[in-house]
Design a protein around this ligand. Structure first.
Ligand code: GLY
Length: 424
């Protein structure tokens, strides 16, 4: 079938099903071309990041994975934490850039200790943990043993899929923020990121089951978690017997109906990746809708690094727990949400028409320029060895507010490397 006709038919299907397709026309897709002034910033930032991670690795013991730096103290975690893959993954991006053998050795030492995680089924974060670490190692070196670890990890993650609901269960259970209810089948928007491991496993093994699970999960998330204005709920709790939605709420955002910035970023990145893997226009439409919500939001600051939630303290947005919106002033930013979004936009920009693509590329460039400025990027030897400042983890729980976070660094490095890979 000619591409034009195929697009028309797909378009009709999507319109009938209530979803408007984003413009897709292979002839007019945006081809990203780097701007020299941004290239210079990217190159300098990668060099500075190599110096910074050489400092960071000296602060760590072999059984410590860096998470944040708070009150003058480096905070570390064990490999079982959801963030463990980001440090070795970031080291691998920096090795790819610099060929610095010391950084590669540090990455390999951490990977070796993470291998037993491949059988972990305690939560959904195995995708983050293994695909950002082992996935990058396999991309760079192609070792069959790394592929085997990834496939085994995908098997573990797939065990959390429940066909009655059509989703991977994110956490076993959690108390609602008001403390009154137990959510028994919570699915969080972050889960979109874990699907990349499943797509990989299907390609690596030829077994479609992993990808089928990923697609079903993405469809359910699109239906139940993304709002009509393309913002999203952080958490959807399902009835495991009937598959019905029991509640839509937040754990890390300002209110149940607000737009938690990092959740929005996970959605933009996740749906872009699912479109890459499926070429299904519904996912592209969701990715562009979520990106446009983020970029067009009147509360997005000029430097395009969002507040931790787009709706802090606004009328109509009430925290489900006892939280004073004025507690943190000025309202903390979340550099991680900007880094994740910048990386996603550099991919998404290549899947849309020229005008939209230019807009996405330009927004990503502003984010990278902001994050690379002294306002966000720390000087060598400062910030506990982390690259970026001003990220926010779990503000409602008073956890990691306005601090460096290892995943902000990881997606910043990924975005820098994606920009560096653009051809003139
Ligand atoms: N995935 C957990 C978070 O974004 O904080």
């Amino acid at each position: 079938m000619k591409n034009g006709l195929k697009n028309v038919l797909l378009g009709s299907y999507l319109i009938l099903s209530g979803v408007m397709p984003a413009p897709v026309n292979a002839q007019k897709l945006h081809r990203l071309k780097p701007r020299p002034e941004v290239q210079a910033i990217v190159s300098e930032s990668l060099q500075a990041s190599v110096r910074q991670y050489n400092y960071l690795k000296q602060q760590l013991k072999p059984d410590q994975w860096p998470r944040t730096f708070e009150k003058g103290m480096l905070q570390t975690v064990t490999p079982a934490a959801w963030t463990s893959g980001f440090y070795p993954g970031g080291l691998l991006y920096l090795y790819e850039f610099s060929q610095d053998q010391g950084l590669l050795n540090e990455a390999k030492a951490k990977l070796e200790k993470m291998e037993p995680l491949k059988t972990m089924t305690a939560h959904h974060d195995l995708g983050f943990m293994m695909y950002c670490s082992y996935g990058n190692a396999y991309r760079l070196f192609g070792a069959p043993e790394d592929k085997a670890v990834l496939v085994r990890s995908a098997q573990s993650l797939a065990r959390r899929f429940d066909p009655r609901v059509g989703c991977i269960q994110s956490w076993d259970q959690v108390k609602s923020l008001d403390g009154k209810r137990i959510l028994k089948f919570p699915v969080i928007i972050d889960n979109m990121m874990n699907l990349e491991l499943l797509f990989f496993a299907s390609k690596a093994t030829g077994e479609p089951l992993y990808k089928d699970i990923a697609i079903k999960h993405a469809e359910m998330t699109m239906k139940n978690q993304v709002r009509p204005d393309f913002s999203c709920y952080h958490v959807v709790d399902y009835d495991v017997e009937t598959g019905a939605v029991k509640s839509r709420e937040t754990q890390q955002g300002f209110s149940d109906n607000s737009a938690w910035s990092r959740g929005q970023a996970w959605g933009i990145y996740g749906f872009t990746m699912v479109y890459r893997e499926t070429k299904d226009l519904r996912f592209l439409q969701t990715a562009t809708g979520m990106a446009d919500f983020f970029l067009n939001h009147p509360n997005l600051p000029k430097d395009k690094v969002p507040y931790w939630d787009f709706n802090v303290g606004q009328a109509g947005f009430d925290p489900p727990w006892n939280f004073d919106p004025l507690k943190y002033q000025p309202v903390p930013r979340d550099a991680s949400a900007a880094a994740i979004t910048a990386s996603a936009l550099l991919e998404l920009a290549g899947y849309v028409d020229r005008k939209t693509g230019e807009r996405y590329q330009h927004a990503a460039e502003i984010m990278l320029q902001s994050l690379s400025s002294p306002a966000y990027r720390a000087a060598t030897g400062e910030n506990g060895g982390f690259i970026l400042k001003h990220a926010s983890g779990g503000v409602p729980g008073n956890i990691e507010v306005d601090v460096p976070l290892i995943y902000a660094d990881y997606y910043y490095l990924e975005a820098l490397m994606r920009y560096r890979a653009l051809k003139k």
